[in-house]
Ligand binder design. Structure first.
Ligand code: TEU
Length: 570
């Protein structure tokens, strides 16, 4: 049941991930090594020195498995091979070894809520007589409807990236479930052979030396009774929310932990959980339950939308954002653990979204946003390019977009009569494509990303904003991230201190304390583009406080400059 002894495992002491900083790589956009315009694994290996210089402990590698790339690798057709687009298994082994040599761990993305429709399991499942039929969700047409005709889908659920969650298969006359897209059929976790096949695959990766798993939409694996009961489905308005946090979620996660030896081998485990509440996270991350180390909440990245529709834009007042993070800090204060992030491959760039990406304020706002996030309790995640303040891209026409989610939204919304202008406004604010422009390594034509034609154009601002410039500037966003990472590594209060939000209703200041033993740290951050007087009410006395890290030179001033932040020891 457990993995073979692996000498690499020696490097994972109990709870090591509590003081770690993780760096997410989206391989397609990180570094190309062979001139085909797509980032690849040898490209990542060639940049390890950069990551070591930044000081991160762990790489989370977005999917490099074999895939038809319907959703850029989140549709896997072979879990135990590397897609030729990204290199070979040998390249991946070499990356893991080279990372380990530098003391950097590597966590794989695990996408097991669904496979690709090109996976061998699904190919077999298309045959109603196959034992694999039950590995996916197959259902007849809606009673009284002609199979395959419009409106005959088993229910009205939309897929995240397609009009319907049900795809008709003419050969068997039935529909299969794919809550993301037709190319991503959902696995049936009720079937224990499915679960055992997933665990065996995970053990194979652990034996190969990986240090953990980031688990894609893992809170969707236990489907609601209306789906698992097997009979006809009540037609109704479907949403991702309905399939989240199902009845057997904790049971499946505990079983996976046991069968793969996740805790036994001190692997880092983080579950991506859209629709998870802090109560779900309390259960899942309670160490006594042996499920996962931490989860990615979506609450804070869904605050600038109306309801469940990310394209329906809403203003986000600072008290709402900081209050939400504080509620997770409080909720997981006793047991459990937080993950901390603003950015990933699905989100617009933090400095454009929560900061001010104008030339005047970009650097300071990127630094101050980082100060705030990295001083919360939990494991911080940095998304490639965030460490030197990459911004959203100037995507103004539908032709500029490549992502399946954006294109599907554009098609559906315009067909439903939403104006082109409004659709483009939503896309410009929220498209996942902002995160996926190539990393801006330098000021040359293709930003040092490729010698060929990049699969997605580089952001034209790479002449100003790039890693090379940031590394050579002691006042850069990059230098600030380095200091924040060093502070986390060296200071126990940053790692373990109790969090308390101060001035919760202040519209511009994000202030809180972290307390551990005798030490109290105070963070005061001006999250606005205007100067702000530091209030005397509601904050501890600042005289005599020691500045651990600040964004501006005059750290004694009683007025904070726009986007100025200070970390003080009281
Ligand atoms: O994302 C899960 C998820 O909920 C997203 O689809 C999210 O709703 C959307 O991106 C917000 O705009 C994960 C992966 O991170 C994402 O890249 C995949 O497309 C998705 O699962 C399916 O595997």
């Amino acid at each position: 049941m457990n993995t073979a002894a692996n000498p690499e495992l020696a490097g994972r002491p109990d709870g090591w991930w509590r003081s770690a900083v993780v760096y997410q790589i989206y391989p397609r956009s990180f570094q190309d090594s062979n001139g085909d315009g797509v980032g690849d694994i040898p490209g990542i290996t060639s940049r390890l020195e950069y990551l070591a210089e930044l000081g991160v402990d762990v790489i989370w590698l977005s999917p490099v498995y074999r895939s038809p790339q319907v959703d850029n690798g989140y549709d896997i057709s072979d879990y135990q091979d590397v897609d030729p687009l990204f290199g070979t298994l040998a390249d991946l082994d070499a990356l893991i070894a080279a990372a380990h040599q530098r003391g950097i761990k590597l966590v794989m993305d695990l996408v097991v809520n669904h496979t690709s429709d090109q996976h061998a399991w699904f190919a077999q499942s298309r045959d109603p007589a196959s034992a694999k039929r039950d590995w996916y969700f197959w259902r007849p047409a809606r009673p009284g409807c002609e199979p395959g005709t419009p409106g005959a889908e088993p229910d009205d659920s939309h897929a995240a990236f397609a009009p319907s969650a049900w795809t008709y298969d003419p050969a068997s006359g039935e529909y299969y479930l794919g809550i993301f897209s037709p190319g991503q059929p959902d696995l049936n976790w009720e079937n224990k052979d499915v679960r055992q096949a997933v665990y065996a695959m995970m053990r194979w990766w652990v034996d190969r030396g990986v240090d953990g798993f980031r688990m894609d939409v893992i809170n969707l694996i236990s489907k609601p009774a209306e789906l698992t009961a097997g009979g006809p489905i009540e037609p109704g308005q479907g949403s991702l929310r309905r399939v989240a946090n199902g009845p057997r979620l904790d049971e499946f996660l505990a079983e996976m932990n046991r069968e793969v030896g996740l805790d036994e081998h001190n692997l880092l485990t983080v579950g991506e959980m859209p629709g998870a509440t802090v109560e779900v996270a309390q259960r899942v991350t309670d160490p006594a339950r042996h499920e996962l180390n931490m989860v990615f909440t979506f609450e804070h990245v869904n605050l600038d939308q109306v309801g469940w529709n990310k394209w329906d834009l809403a203003d986000l007042p600072l008290p709402v954002l900081k209050g939400n993070l504080a509620s997770w800090q409080d909720g997981l204060a006793e047991a459990g653990w937080n993950s901390l992030y603003y950015d990933n491959h699905d989100q617009p760039r933090a400095v454009s979204r929560f900061g001010d990406d104008s030339p005047e304020h970009r650097v300071d706002s990127a630094k101050t946003l980082a100060t705030v996030l990295h001083l919360h309790k939990g494991t911080p995640y940095i998304y490639q390019g965030e460490e030197f303040g990459m911004t959203n891209a100037p995507l103004t026409r539908i032709e500029h977009y490549l992502d399946v989610e954006s294109l599907n939204y554009h098609a559906l919304a315009t067909a439903a009569g939403v104006s082109e202008e409004q659709v483009l406004r939503s896309l410009a604010a929220k498209s996942r494509d902002h995160a996926r422009t190539p990393v801006q390594w330098d000021a040359t034509d293709n930003a040092g990303f490729t010698t060929g034609t990049p699969w997605m154009p580089v952001n034209p601002n790479h002449d100003q904003i790039n890693a090379d410039a940031a590394r050579h500037d002691p006042d850069s966003v990059f230098a600030h991230f380095q200091k924040l990472i060093r502070l986390r590594h060296s200071n126990e209060t940053v790692q373990e201190g109790r969090f308390q939000l101060l001035l919760p209703d202040h519209d511009q200041l994000w202030t809180f304390t972290r307390t551990h033993g005798d030490e109290t740290l105070l963070v005061v951050a001006n999250c606005s583009s205007e100067p702000v007087e530091i209030p005397t009410d509601g904050l501890p006395r600042l005289d005599g406080a020691e500045l651990l890290l600040g964004t501006h030179p005059d750290a004694a001033a009683t007025t904070l400059a726009p986007w100025e932040s200070r970390i003080l020891r009281l």
